[in-house]
Design a binder for this molecule. Structure first.
Ligand SMILES: Nc1ncnc2c1ncn2[C@@H]1O[C@H](COP(=O)(O)OP(=O)(O)OP(=O)(O)O)[C@@H](O)[C@H]1O
Ligand SMILES: [Mg+2]
Length: 411
C-alpha cells in the first residue's frame, strides 16, 4: 500500500515518512502538498484499509483542512454579540440582560411576528437563558402541535441566536449528532461537525426534536455534553470546549418515560434515567383558548370579521376533541386523534381557502376539517368529529344569513 502511495505522490519512501511525521506532529505543511497527499491517499484506497496507514495520519490530513474550513465557517457566520432587555420577549421591567446577536445569520430561525409567546413558557425560558452551562439542557414535552419546537425557535429569532435543529429517529447515532467524515469535492475525506458539536463550539443552540425516537443507548452518549461539559472528539483527536453561550434544547411527545397515551406516539422509546436526569423538563399542553382564538382569527383573515363566531367555535371544537382524545380519556368511545394547534390553524386557513365551494353545495367547514384532520382517521372517528362540528359550529349555510354568506364567499 505504501508503495502505491509513493507511486501516486512521486516521492521517495523517506520523503513520505517525513511528510507523515510532519502531519502527525501538527507541523504546518503547505496546502498544495497536503491536498496532493490527500488525493493520492484517496486514489490508492488507503482510506478503505484502516490498517494499512496509521489512522492518525489520515485524520491529521482531514482534520487540518476541515478545522480551517470550520473555523472560517463559524467566523463567516459570527455576528456582533448584543445584550437585549427582556422587553424584546414582551416582558417589561426585567433588569437582567439576555445575550444574543445584533443581526441574524443564516441559522437563525424564522417563525414570524404573528407567533404568540406564551408567558408560562417564557419564564422558564428566561431562567434557562440566564443560567450557566451547568443547566444547559431544556426539555419541552407534550402533545403534538402544542408549540414545543416553535417556541424556542421564536425566542431564538428575537435574540438572533442561531439554532441547529435535528430530528431524532430510531437510526440516530452519535455520528449524526457529533459529526462524521464525508467525501469532499475532490474525492478526499473531510470531517463535518454534527449539530451538537457545531453548536457547542460556536456558542449556538442545538434543538434535538423528537428525542424519544432515538435509542436510549445513543442519547446516553450525550450525558457529559448535556451537563455543559466539553468533550473529546475521538475522530478528529481534539477536545471540544463547551462554549458558555451554547445551549441544548430537547423536545418530545412523551416525557421520556414511555408513551402514556395508549399508543398514539408509536415508535417512541423509554429513555435512560441518567439521561433524563440531565434535562430540565417542562410539560407543554395546548395554549389557552383566548390565545388560540386570536391565532385562528388571524388564519381566517377577512372571514373572522364577517363571521365573528367562527373562530371561538372552531377553538371550542378543538378543545372538545382534545378532551375526548384517548390520551386524555379512557372511555371506550375515546377518539384516536387529537386536534393540535397546528391542525386547528390549518383548518381555519383551509376554510378561508375553500370558502367558495359553498356555491357548489359543499360545506367548506367540513371539507377543510377533512384536510386538516379527519381524512386520515377511521370512519367512526370521522363521523364522531363531523357530528361534533355540526353541533358546535353548524353547517356553513345555516351559519350565516344569505346576505352575509354571499359576502363571505365573495359571490
Ligand atoms: N404560540 C404559538 N403561536 C403561533 N402558532 C403556534 C403557536 N404554538 C403552536 N403554533 C402553531 O402550531 C404549529 C406546531 O407548533 P410546533 O411545531 O412548535 O409544535 P410541537 O409541539 O413541536 O409539535 P410536535 O410534537 O408535533 O413536534 C406551528 O407551526 C404553529 O403553526
Ligand atoms: Mg416539534
Amino acid at each position: 500500500m505504501h508503495e502505491n502511495l509513493i507511486k501516486q505522490l512521486g516521492v521517495t519512501k523517506t520523503a513520505l515518512f517525513h511528510l507523515m511525521n510532519a502531519i502527525n506532529s501538527g507541523k504546518v505543511v503547505p496546502e498544495d502538498i497536503l491536498s496532493k497527499f490527500d488525493e493520492a491517499v484517496h486514489k490508492s484506497q488507503l482510506l478503505e484499509s484502516a490498517v494499512a496507514l496509521p489512522q492518525a495520519a489520515v485524520r491529521a490530513v482531514d482534520s487540518k483542512s476541515a478545522a480551517q474550513r470550520r473555523d472560517e465557517f463559524i467566523k463567516m457566520h459570527a455576528k456582533q454579540p448584543k445584550e437585549f432587555d427582556a422587553s424584546v420577549l414582551g416582558i417589561n421591567g426585567f433588569p437582567l440582560p439576555l445575550k444574543g446577536y445584533a443581526e441574524p445569520n443564516a441559522f437563525v430561525p424564522r417563525e414570524g411576528s404573528d407567533y404568540v409567546l406564551r408567558p408560562d413558557l417564557l419564564r422558564v425560558m428566561i431562567a434557562w437563558l440566564l443560567g450557566g452551562s451547568m443547566d444547559s439542557c431544556l426539555h419541552f414535552f407534550g402533545p403534538t402541535g402544542s408549540g414545543k419546537t416553535s417556541f424556542a425557535r421564536r425566542v431564538a429569532e428575537l435574540l438572533n441566536i442561531p439554532v441547529l435543529s435535528y430530528t431524532c429517529n430510531q437510526d440516530t447515532d452519535m455520528d449524526h449528532l457529533l459529526g462524521h467524515y464525508v467525501v469532499n469535492e475532490s474525492g478526499g475525506m473531510v470531517w463535518k461537525d454534527g449539530p451538537v458539536t457545531l453548536a457547542v463550539r460556536a456558542g449556538w443552540w442545538v434543538q434535538l426534536n423528537e428525542m424519544d425516537y432515538a435509542s436510549p443507548a445513543v442519547l446516553a452518549g450525550l450525558n457529559d455534553i448535556m451537563e455543559g461539559r466539553g468533550f473529546y472528539l475521538t475522530a478528529t483527536n481534539e477536545f471540544i470546549e463547551f462554549h458558555p453561550d451554547a445551549r441544548i434544547m430537547v423536545t418530545s411527545n412523551t416525557s421520556g418515560m414511555g408513551d402514556q397515551t395508549g399508543g398514539s406516539y408509536v415508535g417512541t422509546q423509554q429513555q435512560n434515567l441518567a439521561f433524563l436526569d440531565r434535562l430540565e423538563s417542562i410539560p407543554v399542553d395546548y395554549m389557552d383558548s383566548a390565545a388560540e382564538v386570536s391565532l385562528v382569527q388571524m388564519d381566517l383573515g377577512p372571514l373572522a370579521n364577517i363571521l365573528p363566531e367562527l373562530a371561538p367555535r372552531l377553538v371550542k371544537v378543538a378543545t372538545q376533541i382534545r378532551a375526548q382524545y384517548m390520551g386524555e380519556n379512557a372511555a371506550s368511545s375515546a377518539l384516536e386523534v387529537t386536534m393540535s394547534t397546528r391542525a386547528l390553524r390549518r383548518w381555519a386557513r383551509k376554510i378561508l381557502l375553500f370558502k367558495n365551494i359553498a356555491s357548489k353545495g359543499e360545506d367548506p367547514i367540513q371539507f377543510a376539517l377533512g384536510l386538516a384532520l379527519t381524512n386520515k382517521c377511521t370512519r367512526p372517528t370521522q363521523h364522531a368529529i363531523a357530528n361534533l362540528v355540526t353541533a358546535e359550529v353548524g353547517a356553513w349555510a345555516s351559519l350565516t344569513k344569505p346576505s352575509v354568506a354571499a359576502a363571505a364567499t365573495g359571490t
